[in-house]
Design a protein around this ligand. Structure first.
Ligand SMILES: [Zn+2]
Length: 126
């Protein structure tokens, strides 16, 4: 059986990367791991995980994946966000195709950890 590669571009099988995080079997240990799991949730259309990983203070009322096809994630840098930090940022480029056109989301996202890492918000970069 073919092994599904994780959409987050880690090179790992999904079952050893974002899969267990999506299924609630494992907490994302770092802000970067949570960021990867959110990218994979967009790619695999898992709004349940987008909701669960979004901080309640900033979470939109409705989360509905669009028709875009996510084609790659590149982590540019991280600041803090380690297993013992309470906050961190992850700067990334996420690429997708919609209506045959390629787009890139370039963002510096902020994460906080209380019982688990969660996405707070982000700044769009040029
Ligand atoms: Zn992954």
């Amino acid at each position: 059986m073919a092994t599904l590669r994780c959409p987050c571009s880690s090179g790992l099988p999904y079952a050893e990367c974002c899969g267990p995080v999506h299924d609630g079997e494992r907490l994302a240990p770092t802000a970067e791991a949570l960021m990867r799991s959110r990218y994979s949730a967009f790619a695999l259309r898992r709004p349940d995980w987008l909701r669960a990983s979004w901080h309640p203070t900033t979470r939109p009322a409705r989360i509905e994946p669009g028709d875009e096809r996510w084609i790659g994630l590149e982590i540019e840098s991280t600041e803090d966000g380690g297993p013992f930090d309470r906050a961190g940022t992850v700067t990334f480029r996420a690429s997708y195709v919609e209506d045959g056109e390629r787009f890139v989301v370039h963002e510096r996202s902020r994460f906080v950890r209380d019982d688990a890492w969660r996405y707070v918000d982000g700044d769009q970069l040029a």
